[in-house]
Write a protein that binds this ligand. Structure first.
Ligand SMILES: Cc1cc2nc3c(=O)[nH]c(=O)nc-3n(C[C@H](O)[C@H](O)[C@H](O)COP(=O)(O)OP(=O)(O)OC[C@H]3O[C@@H](n4cnc5c(N)ncnc54)[C@H](O)[C@@H]3O)c2cc1C
Length: 407
């Protein structure tokens, strides 16, 4: 059997790895439009940006010989232009046809762009290693930067640039940072952390115009008329899932390529995983963009194709690092919910803490800063369907470990 995987990032590589671990002995072909060794994405807004560029291989998702050792044919620099489900073939941009028995779409998502900044030099998005290398090179010569978007990626880039001595302004349209993904308490915590480090943060701010000088970025005009000048602009305003390839092939899509809990699309023999896939029956009702989801969906698709039992369901988890502090979160904080209750639990270390969010009385997310134990216990509660009382969450003396173990 020949399985072709389009996309050699976290989901695609996680999938071929899981296939071999499941004992699959057939052909595995991994295709990606990017050139070179596949690299991890999370460091692109963190360590990669301050690395010297001599040894980017240390960010590799797998060592170069891992592919040959596992009999995985990696075809880089090759864009898949079409899928022909009736013939069970894919077609590359150069017109080559390749046959598959099973096809896995691990094609991720594309950054949202601001039309006003199109074709301007000095404007950067951040998704793939080449984007990060371009940003890193420009930052070396810049003394100031504007970041549009106060989500995790925007804030991580801002933190990295501030740490390297740049004058950084973050512009966020929502009334608070991380509004779509974090509890209000975590938003305030990161706003304070950035303010202390010298990042200028402007929330509730509309961007009226982005202007260039001789084709290069010069300034942003806010809707209140303020003009902000900087040497470079980073746009981190979220992503849209890559659905065009699937749609053209007649596969059902929505805000992602629609899959069932086995990662099977509406087309027989074709699966979708990672950031680009949306589970129809997901308890969360949204696409999840994280390394954990890429890995988990990859394991699920591999189990399905090999006829194995699916892996146990885990609470979705995510991490971020800014100014040397690590946030770990499990579960999903609803973007807007009137009945959301967020409680702070002190951590073991003096500066560590976790925020436990309840919706309709049920625990829905735990976000921990510098508190790995709080994170692990919160995640265990979510996975066991446990909701500790509000008093026990805020009481540092309450034995949460025993509470989890007893259930
Ligand atoms: C800067 C940054 C920081 C992040 N930090 C964190 C973090 O701290 N923690 C965390 O959990 N998550 C983080 N994430 C999110 C995480 O990296 C993504 O969830 C993960 O990369 C998703 O993997 P994926 O394989 O689904 O998609 P992607 O990583 O988007 O990969 C898709 C691949 O498919 C290829 N492709 C697409 N279309 C085609 C085609 N037609 N033909 C051939 N190839 C194609 C692309 O070239 C790409 O390599 C971060 C992401 C970024 C960008």
């Amino acid at each position: 059997m020949r399985v072709i995987v389009i996309g050699a990032s976290h989901a695609g590589i996680g999938f071929v790895d899981a296939m071999r671990r499941n004992g699959f002995d057939g052909e595995l072909v991994l295709i990606d439009s990017l050139v070179g060794q596949p690299l991890e994405r999370p460091p692109l807004s963190k360590a990669f940006l301050c690395a010297d560029g001599e040894d980017d291989g240390r960010f590799a998702l797998r060592k170069a010989d891992w592919f040959a050792d596992n009999r995985i044919e990696l075809i880089d620099g090759c864009r898949v232009a079409a899928i022909h489900p009736d013939a069970r073939q894919i077609e590359t941009a150069s017109g080559e046809h390749m046959s598959y028995d099973r096809l896995v779409l691990a094609i991720g998502a594309t950054p949202r762009r601001l039309p006003a900044a199109a074709h301007m030099s000095g404007v950067f998005e951040l998704r793939h290693p080449d984007d990060a290398a371009g940003l890193r090179a420009a930052a070396a010569d810049a003394s100031s930067a504007i970041v549009i978007g106060g989500g995790y990626i925007g804030l991580e880039v801002a933190a990295t640039l501030v740490k390297s001595g740049k004058d950084v302004t973050v512009i966020e349209a929502a009334p608070r940072l991380l509004a779509r993904v974090a509890s209000p308490a975590i938003s305030s915590f990161f706003a304070g952390l950035h303010a202390d480090a010298g990042t200028k943060v402007i929330t509730d701010a509309g961007v009226e115009d982005i202007a260039a000088d001789h084709g290069g970025f010069s300034h942003v005009t806010l809707s209140d008329g303020r003009q902000l000048l900087a040497d470079m602009l980073v746009v981190g305003i979220g992503v849209t899932p890559e659905t065009a390839l699937a749609e053209k092939a007649g596969i059902e899509t929505g805000n992602g390529i629609l899959v069932d809990s086995d990662m099977q699309t509406s087309m027989a023999g074709i699966y979708a995983i990672g950031d680009g896939a949306l589970q129809r029956d997901s308890a969360y009702g949204i696409r999840i963009e994280s390394v954990h989801n890429a890995q988990d969906s990859a394991e699920r698709a591999a189990a399905t194709i090999n006829g194995h039992a699916p892996p146990a369901v885990q609470a979705p988890w995510f991490w971020s690092e800014q100014f040397g502090l690590r946030l770990q979160s499990a579960g999903i904080v609803p973007a807007a919910a009137d009945d959301l209750v967020c409680l702070r639990r002190p951590g073991k270390r003096a500066d560590g803490f976790s925020i436990w969010s309840f919706r309709g009385g049920e625990l829905c997310a735990v976000e921990a800063v510098g508190d790995p134990a709080g994170y692990m216990l919160g995640k265990a509660c979510l996975e066991k369907g446990l909701s500790p009382t509000h008093d026990s969450v805020t009481d540092a003396a309450f034995d949460m470990k025993a509470f989890v173990a007893a259930k």
